[in-house]
Write a protein that binds this ligand. Structure first.
Ligand SMILES: Cc1cc2nc3c(=O)[nH]c(=O)nc-3n(C[C@H](O)[C@H](O)[C@H](O)COP(=O)(O)OP(=O)(O)OC[C@H]3O[C@@H](n4cnc5c(N)ncnc54)[C@H](O)[C@@H]3O)c2cc1C
Length: 474
C-alpha cells in the first residue's frame, strides 16, 4: 500500500468540530450551532469523506467492514494525544490502522475514529545496533535504509509491507525467530499514547508494566507512536535451500533436526499444491553470508529430502521476496479468512496429518505454512504460545476466489473448528485471524494472565477507547 503524503490528504474536507448530541463531525461551525465542540488544533487532518471512511473500513481479509465516522491523518504525535483525549471526553472509540493487513476488522472502529498511521512514518535514527522509527514506518523502508549502512533487524516477517506499530501489536514471527524470537523480543523502547491520553516512554527498565502490556498487546492499552528496535550487522547474500518431502511428517522430522542444532539462519516450511490437487511438503531454509560461502554438505546432512534446490541471491531480495506477489493478490480484494495457529510440538504431527485428510489447495489459499520455533526465545508475556520448548506455526493463508459469501462462511466456520481442535491439545492462535471470538475465548487465550490483561486495561484505557475491533473486552 502506498505511503500517504501531505498532498494526498489535503483532498479530504477537514473536520473542525464535533456535535456530542448527534455524534456528528462538522466541517464548518455555523454561528447558531449550540453544543458543538471545536476540535483542538491539529498538525494533520481529521477527515470524514467517503473515500477515507471506506478505506478505514477495509482490511486484507475483506470480510469485515465497519465504518468509522472520522479518520485522523496525524501530522504529529501531539495529534494522536489530542484525538485520544478528545475521544475520552466524548465517549468515542479509536483504532490505529497501520497497513490494514488484519484479516477480520481488528484495525477498524465502528462509528469511531481511525488513526491512519501512514502519515507518521519517519525513520529518525539508524545506528549499528538499533533504529528509532515512527510506528507508521513499513518494515520495507526500514530494512532498505538499514541495509544501506550494512545493518538489519535480526528477524523479519515474510512480508515487509506491514507497519512497525501494527506488527509490534501482534508479535512479528519469521524464519529467523528460531534464533532471535519475535520482533517484539527485539524491541528496546516504545513511545506510546495510553488509552487515557498520556504520552509515555516505556522499556524493560522504564514503565515496564506498560511496555509488556503494549508489545503484542493488540492495540488495547496504548497507541504505539515510536519504537526503538534492535539491528545487527547484516550479511550481503542469502543461500536459500528448498528441500522437498513426500509426507508432512518427513518435513516436520527434518525441521526438528535443523531446529535442534540451529544450522540454518532461517527455517520455515510450506505445503505446496501439486497438479493432482494434493500437496508436497517443502522445507525452506536460508544461510546468510558475506564472504565465506555456506557448507552445503554440512547444512543438508541428515535431512534426507527427495528433492533439493539451492539458490543464491542478495540478502535484500530474499527479505523482500514476496512483496510484489502480495500486492498483486491484495489488489484482487478477495475474501481472505486467514488462520494462524501455534501448535505444541508433541501434537503437531497428529494435527497436520488429520488436517491433510480433508484440506485442499483451494482451502489453504494455495500455500500453507508450517514451521517450528524455539519457545524459550519468545519472552513477551502478551504473546501467547503453547507450553514446551518448541511450537509450530500452522498458517492457512486462505483466499476465496472468485469471491463467494457462502464459501467464505464455510471457511470461517472451518477456522473456528480448527482453532477449537488446536486449543484442545494446548495450542493457541497467533492473533491476526478471521475467527469468531467471544470474551470467553479471549479469557481462555490469555489463561492465567487474563487478570493482568484486565488490570492493564483498567489502568491504561479505563474508558475502553482503544481498538474495539479486536473484541477482547466485549
Ligand atoms: C501478506 C501478509 C503477510 C504476513 N506475514 C506475516 C509474518 O511473516 N509474520 C507475522 O508475524 N505476521 C505476518 N502477517 C500478519 C501481520 O503481522 C499482522 O496482520 C499485522 O498486524 C499487520 O500490520 P499492519 O500494519 O497491517 O497492522 P493493522 O492491520 O493496520 O493493525 C493490526 C492491529 O494492530 C493495531 N495497531 C496498528 N498500529 C498500531 C499502533 N501504532 N499502535 C497500537 N495499535 C496498532 C490495529 O488497530 C489492529 O488491531 C502477515 C499479514 C499479511 C496480510
Amino acid at each position: 500500500m502506498a505511503q500517504l503524503d501531505r498532498r494526498t490528504f489535503l483532498a479530504g474536507a477537514a473536520v473542525v468540530a464535533f456535535d456530542p448530541a448527534t455524534s456528528r463531525w462538522l466541517t464548518s461551525l455555523p454561528e447558531n450551532t449550540t453544543g458543538a465542540v471545536r476540535i483542538p488544533h491539529l498538525d494533520g487532518e481529521l477527515v470524514t469523506d467517503e473515500v477515507a471512511l471506506a478505506e478505514a473500513a477495509t482490511d486484507y481479509g475483506n470480510l469485515a467492514h465497519n465504518l468509522p465516522r472520522a479518520v485522523l491523518r496525524p501530522g504529529s504525535v501531539d495529534d494522536v494525544v489530542t484525538v485520544v483525549r478528545f475521544a475520552n471526553e466524548h465517549g468515542l472509540t479509536v483504532a490505529v490502522r497501520g497497513q490494514g493487513h488484519s484479516a477480520f476488522g481488528q484495525a477498524q472502529a465502528d462509528g469511531g475514529v481511525v488513526i491512519d498511521s501512514r502519515t507518521l512514518a519517519t525513520i529518525h535514527e539508524i545506528t549499528p545496533d538499533h533504529a528509532v522509527v515512527d510506528a507508521g514506518v513499513q518494515w520495507l523502508d526500514l530494512v532498505r535504509t538499514a541495509l544501506g549502512v550494512g545493518v538489519a533487524p535480526p528477524v523479519s516477517t515474510d512480508y515487509l509491507g506491514l507497519s512497525v506499530g501494527g506488527t509490534l501489536s501482534v508479535g512479528g514471527i519469521g524464519g529467523a525467530s528460531q534464533h532471535h524470537g519475535l520482533l517484539v523480543d527485539n524491541t528496546l523502547e516504545l513511545q506510546v499514547v495510553t488509552g487515557d491520553g498520556r504520552l509515555l516512554t516505556c522499556s524493560d527498565t522504564e514503565e515496564r508494566e506498560l511496555f509488556e502490556a503494549v508489545l503484542g498487546g493488540l492495540g488495547q492499552f496504548a497507541v504505539i507512536v515510536r519504537a526503538t528496535v534492535r539491528l545487527e550487522t547484516a550479511p550481503t547474500s542469502a543461500r536459500v535451500y528448498t528441500l522437498t518431502y513426500p509426507e508432512v511428517t518427513d518435513l516436520t522430522a527434518a525441521q526438528r533436526t535443523a531446529l535442534a542444532d540451529g544450522r540454518f539462519d532461517y527455517l520455515e516450511g510450506q505445503f505446496v499444491p501439486t497438479d493432482d490437487d494434493g500437496f508436497v511438503f517443502v522445507l525452506e531454509a536460508g544461510s546468510w553470508f558475506t564472504t565465506e560461502e555456506p557448507d552445503d554438505d554440512a547444512l543438508l546432512a541428515g535431512l534426507a529430502p527427495s528433492g533439493v534446490d539451492v539458490v543464491d541471491m542478495p540478502y535484500f531480495d530474499w527479505l523482500n521476496r514476496i512483496y510484489e506477489t502480495v500486492e498483486q493478490i491484495e489488489a484482487l480484494r478477495l475474501p481472505s479468512p486467514w488462520l494462524n495457529l501455534l501448535v505444541p510440538d508433541a501434537a503437531t504431527d497428529e494435527i497436520v496429518t488429520e488436517l491433510l485428510t480433508t484440506l485442499t489447495p483451494a482451502d489453504a489459499g494455495g500455500v500453507a505454512l508450517l514451521y517450528p520455533t524455539d519457545r524459550t526465545l519468545v519472552t513477551r508475556p502478551q504473546v501467547r504460545v503453547p507450553e514446551g520448548p518448541v511450537f509450530f506455526l500452522l498458517a492457512l493463508l486462505r483466499a476465496v476466489s472468485p469471491p463467494d459469501d457462502a464459501e467464505a462462511a464455510r471457511l470461517l466456520a472451518d477456522n473456528d473448528a480448527l482453532y477449537a481442535r488446536v486449543r484442545a491439545v494446548g495450542g493457541t492462535q497467533y492473533p491476526v485471524n478471521a475467527l469468531h471470538l467471544t470474551t470467553a475465548d479471549w479469557r481462555a487465550h490469555y489463561g492465567e494472565r487474563w487478570p493482568l490483561v484486565r488490570q492493564a486495561k483498567d489502568r491504561y484505557d479505563p474508558r475502553r477507547v482503544l481498538t474495539p475491533g479486536q473484541g477482547i473486552f466485549g
